[in-house]
Design a protein around this ligand. Sequence first.
Ligand code: SAH
Ligand code: SF4
Length: 358
Amino acid sequence: MLTSKPSLLDFTQKELMLLIKPSFRAKQIFGWLYHQYAEKFDDMLNIPKSLKEELEQKYVVNPMKIIRKEISEDGTIKYLFELQDGKTVEAVWLKMKDELRDENDVITQEAKYTICVSTQVGCKVGCTFCLTAKGGFTRDLTAGEIVAQVVNLKRDNNHKHNRKINIVYMGMGEPLDNFDNLAHAIEIFQENEGLAISGKRQTVSTSGLSNKIDKLGAMDLGVHIAISLHAVDDTLRTELIPMNKAHNINSIIEAVKRFPIDTRKRVMFEYLVIKDKNDDLGSAKKLVKLLSDIKAKVNLIYFNPYPGTEYKRPKKEDMIAFQEYLVKHGLLCTIRDSKGIDISAACGQLKEKTESER
Ligand code: SAH
Ligand code: SF4
């Protein structure tokens, strides 16, 4: 059994100042973590050796290491991390917009990136269409392990601390089922003297634990939520997401209505389209009705098949017809272009790796 130490990435600056004295040293260390992306105590040049030795007894700097990196044709990079206890999780670096240059080859707009992070090793929710669910649930990630995914990806891509980045909690796991560590990670990301990633740039995707949606809303962290709806009636939704028995569609819609959102923004509803299950216009019609009194936008996702699944990817024309129906009836709707599909980095294609698969 490998022993794990807490990571320095587990703390806000204030918390670190309570742990490390004198507190100006804690501030310097915070800078090393988030502005210099230090990986180990040795990297922290202006910190006294005695303090580093003392801290090293109790803490690690980086709680994970990159053990595999796959680069897609479209620029998506999928990372496999090994945690201190030997478990693995994945995170994905997504290029959302290309860099733009003028006629003199001067950069006029920098490329824009989003990081998709995991919150658990495995998942308890057990959605029947999701590859992550197949391996069951192993454990929650600590706040530091959530934060470290972003720090490691920014470091690996030479992405300066002050360059803007978006975070989506859409990797492995159900973020709201690891509530305290998720909320803590959100706050650590928001630190002004750290990465300063505002709530607006963070989106929590959930399969719909309605009581936890309320709990997150009450914290008023300014984050966006995305609801993995996927079905318009409870029978089908329970087949796809067994937890729907406890948190049915109505309870989710009510929780969303209570969630504090920026008045200019909309709540995103993700709708995974599976051939012959929910890709018909009757479902589209019900969806319009269901979301009629919410400021919503819908993101249609093609089901991404994997070996052994009974579900099928929908036809492109059915996707477009579905989208056109929603738009015609006043619902904003986009179709998600699956990035990184050639390296299995797309939605629902992330999973824990067994020894032999690594
Ligand atoms: N647990 C959270 C976040 C992680 S899953 C949630 O369920 O929302 C991120 C998204 O990928 C979810 O919308 C999920 O439904 C979707 N997804 C899962 N399996 C998929 C698959 N095989 N093809 C396409 N999307 C999938
Ligand atoms: Fe868990 Fe989300 Fe996969 Fe469902 S879709 S099993 S909630 S990770």
